[in-house]
Design a protein around this ligand. Structure first.
Ligand code: SAM
Length: 204
Protein backbone atom coordinates (compact mmCIF):
# COMPACT_ATOMS: atom_id res chain seq x y z
CA UNK A 1 0.00 0.00 0.00
CA UNK A 2 1.43 3.37 -1.07
CA UNK A 3 1.98 6.14 1.49
CA UNK A 4 -0.69 8.85 1.66
CA UNK A 5 0.01 12.60 1.55
CA UNK A 6 0.66 12.94 5.33
CA UNK A 7 2.99 9.96 5.53
CA UNK A 8 4.95 11.26 2.55
CA UNK A 9 5.40 14.52 4.47
CA UNK A 10 6.60 12.55 7.51
CA UNK A 11 8.98 10.31 5.55
CA UNK A 12 10.32 12.65 2.88
CA UNK A 13 12.01 15.10 5.18
CA UNK A 14 15.50 15.72 6.60
CA UNK A 15 14.60 14.42 10.09
CA UNK A 16 13.74 10.97 8.73
CA UNK A 17 16.97 11.02 6.69
CA UNK A 18 19.02 11.92 9.80
CA UNK A 19 17.45 9.08 11.80
CA UNK A 20 18.10 6.62 8.99
CA UNK A 21 21.68 7.81 8.50
CA UNK A 22 22.81 8.24 12.13
CA UNK A 23 20.75 5.70 14.04
CA UNK A 24 19.08 3.02 11.93
CA UNK A 25 21.80 2.18 9.45
CA UNK A 26 24.57 2.03 12.11
CA UNK A 27 22.35 -0.31 14.15
CA UNK A 28 21.66 -2.56 11.16
CA UNK A 29 25.37 -2.57 10.32
CA UNK A 30 26.16 -3.61 13.89
CA UNK A 31 23.67 -6.48 13.61
CA UNK A 32 24.60 -7.66 10.11
CA UNK A 33 28.01 -6.25 9.18
CA UNK A 34 28.96 -4.54 5.91
CA UNK A 35 28.21 -5.85 2.41
CA UNK A 36 31.48 -5.10 0.63
CA UNK A 37 31.29 -5.85 -3.06
CA UNK A 38 27.95 -7.65 -2.83
CA UNK A 39 24.73 -7.54 -4.86
CA UNK A 40 21.77 -6.19 -2.88
CA UNK A 41 18.02 -5.80 -3.40
CA UNK A 42 16.13 -3.09 -1.49
CA UNK A 43 12.34 -3.43 -1.15
CA UNK A 44 10.21 -0.30 -0.62
CA UNK A 45 13.13 2.10 -1.17
CA UNK A 46 10.99 5.24 -0.95
CA UNK A 47 13.04 8.30 -1.86
CA UNK A 48 16.33 6.40 -1.79
CA UNK A 49 18.04 7.56 1.43
CA UNK A 50 18.49 3.91 2.49
CA UNK A 51 19.74 3.05 -1.00
CA UNK A 52 22.48 5.68 -0.70
CA UNK A 53 23.50 4.24 2.66
CA UNK A 54 23.56 0.66 1.38
CA UNK A 55 26.12 1.91 -1.15
CA UNK A 56 28.13 4.32 0.99
CA UNK A 57 28.00 2.75 4.46
CA UNK A 58 27.51 -0.99 3.78
CA UNK A 59 29.64 -0.67 0.62
CA UNK A 60 27.50 -2.92 -1.62
CA UNK A 61 28.76 -3.00 -5.20
CA UNK A 62 25.36 -3.11 -6.90
CA UNK A 63 21.92 -2.22 -5.52
CA UNK A 64 18.57 -2.78 -7.19
CA UNK A 65 16.18 -0.51 -5.29
CA UNK A 66 12.46 -1.14 -5.79
CA UNK A 67 9.15 0.42 -4.81
CA UNK A 68 5.49 0.16 -5.87
CA UNK A 69 5.08 3.94 -6.01
CA UNK A 70 6.36 5.66 -9.15
CA UNK A 71 6.19 9.00 -7.32
CA UNK A 72 8.71 7.74 -4.71
CA UNK A 73 10.93 6.29 -7.44
CA UNK A 74 10.97 9.72 -9.10
CA UNK A 75 12.36 11.23 -5.85
CA UNK A 76 14.89 8.39 -5.60
CA UNK A 77 16.00 8.86 -9.22
CA UNK A 78 16.79 12.53 -8.51
CA UNK A 79 18.64 11.70 -5.29
CA UNK A 80 20.71 8.93 -6.86
CA UNK A 81 21.34 10.58 -10.25
CA UNK A 82 25.11 10.77 -9.70
CA UNK A 83 25.39 6.97 -9.36
CA UNK A 84 25.83 4.89 -12.51
CA UNK A 85 23.50 2.01 -13.48
CA UNK A 86 26.39 -0.34 -12.61
CA UNK A 87 26.07 0.94 -9.03
CA UNK A 88 22.32 1.48 -8.56
CA UNK A 89 19.22 0.59 -10.54
CA UNK A 90 15.72 1.74 -9.64
CA UNK A 91 12.72 -0.33 -10.55
CA UNK A 92 8.95 -0.37 -10.06
CA UNK A 93 8.25 -3.67 -8.28
CA UNK A 94 5.90 -5.21 -5.76
CA UNK A 95 7.77 -7.06 -3.01
CA UNK A 96 5.12 -9.82 -3.09
CA UNK A 97 5.88 -10.67 -6.75
CA UNK A 98 9.55 -10.17 -7.60
CA UNK A 99 10.82 -10.89 -11.12
CA UNK A 100 14.26 -12.03 -9.92
CA UNK A 101 15.56 -15.59 -10.00
CA UNK A 102 16.00 -17.77 -6.94
CA UNK A 103 19.23 -16.88 -5.13
CA UNK A 104 19.87 -13.73 -7.20
CA UNK A 105 21.03 -11.56 -4.23
CA UNK A 106 23.61 -11.67 -1.44
CA UNK A 107 21.37 -9.49 0.72
CA UNK A 108 17.94 -7.86 0.84
CA UNK A 109 17.24 -4.67 2.79
CA UNK A 110 13.83 -3.53 4.07
CA UNK A 111 13.55 -0.04 5.54
CA UNK A 112 9.97 0.06 6.81
CA UNK A 113 8.20 -1.52 3.82
CA UNK A 114 6.77 -4.80 5.15
CA UNK A 115 4.25 -3.09 7.47
CA UNK A 116 2.81 -1.39 4.35
CA UNK A 117 2.15 -4.70 2.61
CA UNK A 118 -1.19 -6.47 3.28
CA UNK A 119 0.29 -9.94 2.62
CA UNK A 120 3.67 -9.35 4.25
CA UNK A 121 4.13 -13.10 4.70
CA UNK A 122 4.10 -13.42 0.90
CA UNK A 123 6.76 -10.67 0.69
CA UNK A 124 8.94 -12.63 3.13
CA UNK A 125 8.56 -15.72 0.96
CA UNK A 126 9.75 -13.69 -2.07
CA UNK A 127 12.64 -12.15 -0.10
CA UNK A 128 13.76 -15.61 1.05
CA UNK A 129 13.48 -16.98 -2.49
CA UNK A 130 15.69 -14.28 -4.08
CA UNK A 131 18.37 -14.59 -1.36
CA UNK A 132 21.30 -16.92 -1.86
CA UNK A 133 21.61 -19.61 0.83
CA UNK A 134 23.42 -17.80 3.67
CA UNK A 135 22.34 -14.42 2.21
CA UNK A 136 21.36 -11.74 4.71
CA UNK A 137 18.01 -9.99 5.24
CA UNK A 138 18.33 -6.58 6.98
CA UNK A 139 15.04 -5.31 8.35
CA UNK A 140 13.84 -2.15 10.07
CA UNK A 141 10.13 -2.42 10.78
CA UNK A 142 7.18 -0.83 12.52
CA UNK A 143 5.02 -2.91 14.86
CA UNK A 144 1.20 -3.17 14.96
CA UNK A 145 1.08 -1.31 18.30
CA UNK A 146 2.47 1.83 16.60
CA UNK A 147 0.27 1.59 13.50
CA UNK A 148 -2.85 1.19 15.66
CA UNK A 149 -2.21 4.30 17.79
CA UNK A 150 -4.82 6.94 17.04
CA UNK A 151 -2.67 9.75 15.57
CA UNK A 152 -1.12 7.40 13.03
CA UNK A 153 -4.46 5.63 12.42
CA UNK A 154 -6.07 8.97 11.62
CA UNK A 155 -3.27 10.57 9.61
CA UNK A 156 -1.60 7.67 7.81
CA UNK A 157 -2.95 4.83 5.72
CA UNK A 158 -1.68 1.35 6.54
CA UNK A 159 -3.18 -2.09 6.12
CA UNK A 160 -4.86 -2.64 9.51
CA UNK A 161 -5.41 -6.41 9.64
CA UNK A 162 -2.71 -9.02 9.90
CA UNK A 163 0.01 -6.68 11.31
CA UNK A 164 2.87 -7.93 13.47
CA UNK A 165 4.91 -7.45 16.64
CA UNK A 166 8.66 -7.98 16.67
CA UNK A 167 8.20 -11.52 17.95
CA UNK A 168 5.61 -12.34 15.29
CA UNK A 169 7.79 -10.95 12.50
CA UNK A 170 10.82 -12.93 13.64
CA UNK A 171 8.73 -16.11 14.13
CA UNK A 172 7.42 -15.82 10.54
CA UNK A 173 10.93 -15.25 9.16
CA UNK A 174 12.20 -18.34 10.95
CA UNK A 175 9.17 -20.40 9.89
CA UNK A 176 10.03 -19.53 6.27
CA UNK A 177 13.72 -20.39 6.61
CA UNK A 178 15.29 -17.00 7.37
CA UNK A 179 17.26 -17.64 10.57
CA UNK A 180 17.41 -14.64 12.89
CA UNK A 181 18.77 -16.51 15.93
CA UNK A 182 18.17 -13.69 18.39
CA UNK A 183 19.93 -11.17 16.16
CA UNK A 184 17.21 -8.51 16.51
CA UNK A 185 16.19 -5.73 18.88
CA UNK A 186 13.13 -3.64 19.68
CA UNK A 187 13.19 0.08 20.37
CA UNK A 188 10.64 2.58 21.76
CA UNK A 189 8.92 -0.09 23.85
CA UNK A 190 8.45 -2.43 20.89
CA UNK A 191 7.23 0.14 18.33
CA UNK A 192 10.30 -0.33 16.13
CA UNK A 193 12.05 -3.55 15.15
CA UNK A 194 15.61 -3.97 13.84
CA UNK A 195 17.27 -7.22 12.85
CA UNK A 196 19.29 -9.26 10.41
CA UNK A 197 18.52 -12.86 9.43
CA UNK A 198 20.14 -15.31 7.05
CA UNK A 199 18.55 -17.60 4.51
CA UNK A 200 19.18 -21.10 5.81
CA UNK A 201 21.99 -22.98 4.06
CA UNK A 202 20.88 -25.91 1.93
CA UNK A 203 21.62 -29.16 3.76
CA UNK A 204 22.51 -32.33 1.88
C1 SAM B 1 7.14 3.86 5.18
S1 SAM B 1 7.74 3.95 3.55
C2 SAM B 1 9.47 3.68 3.74
C3 SAM B 1 10.28 4.33 2.63
C4 SAM B 1 11.80 4.26 2.81
N1 SAM B 1 12.28 2.90 2.77
C5 SAM B 1 12.20 4.92 4.11
O1 SAM B 1 12.55 4.20 5.05
O2 SAM B 1 12.18 6.15 4.18
C6 SAM B 1 7.17 2.42 2.85
C7 SAM B 1 7.55 2.27 1.37
O3 SAM B 1 7.16 0.97 0.93
C8 SAM B 1 6.57 1.09 -0.35
N2 SAM B 1 5.70 -0.08 -0.57
C9 SAM B 1 4.44 -0.27 -0.12
N3 SAM B 1 3.97 -1.45 -0.53
C10 SAM B 1 4.96 -2.04 -1.25
C11 SAM B 1 5.08 -3.28 -1.95
N4 SAM B 1 4.07 -4.16 -1.99
N5 SAM B 1 6.24 -3.55 -2.58
C12 SAM B 1 7.27 -2.65 -2.56
N6 SAM B 1 7.22 -1.47 -1.92
C13 SAM B 1 6.07 -1.17 -1.27
C14 SAM B 1 5.84 2.42 -0.31
O4 SAM B 1 5.54 2.92 -1.59
C15 SAM B 1 6.83 3.28 0.48
O5 SAM B 1 7.75 3.93 -0.36
Amino acid sequence: MKMNYFEKLAMNNPVRALIQRHYEMPLLEKLGGPLDGLRVLEVGCGRGVGTELIKSRLRASHVIATDVDEDMLRHARRRLARLSPEQVELELADATALRFEEGAFDAVVDFAALHHIPDWQRAISEIRRVLKPGGRFYFQEVAAQWILRWPYRVLFEHPMDNRFSGRELVAELERQGVEVDGNWVERAGGDFIYGVGRRAQVTA
